[in-house]
Write a protein that binds this ligand. Sequence first.
Ligand SMILES: [Zn+2]
Ligand SMILES: [Zn+2]
Length: 190
Amino acid sequence: MSTTEPDLRPFCLSNLAKLKIRPYLGKPFSIGDFTYATNGYILVRVPVRKAYGPPDSPVGVETVYAKLLAEISYFPAPAIDGPLFVMRDTPCPNCQGRGTLHDCPNCSCRCQECAGAGKELDYAVVRLPWAVFDAKYISKIWQLPNPCIAACREKGPMPFRFDGGDGLIMPMRYYDGRRVIDVAVPEYQP
Ligand SMILES: [Zn+2]
Ligand SMILES: [Zn+2]
């Protein structure tokens, strides 16, 4: 794996309670010509990486991607004004402040709920012209190389792509009490 290939682990399931139900989403997996990583809300796909084998349980990701096959206009990911999260003084409830998932001494499984910080993070939501998204996942997309996004179709996921892959993220329907950051996409014509 070359160093320029995006790290897929931030897109894997990291919530320990949910991992008990779907442990197979805790690491990337390969199906056919692609390697996938998903936590159920966000999914990325890159050309197959031999380090990752087939999923431990059947995952219907290829059907999800049928939505991406139609013609889509992508826009460069717009700049976001304002912090995506505020760090609280309390320990991350998922990793108890360790920043890693397990309490084995050499655990290198970063807790994605707190991005390894060990603190509870209050994430905002990001309102794009077509839907609202959890800033926790938006920040992961924006950190990919040259990210681009596309409008959601109806209430479906938002497609995105980056140098070396693409993906989908689910919009949020309920975000009461969360800080909202409005983000314009100047090139978008509804
Ligand atoms: Zn570990
Ligand atoms: Zn954590």
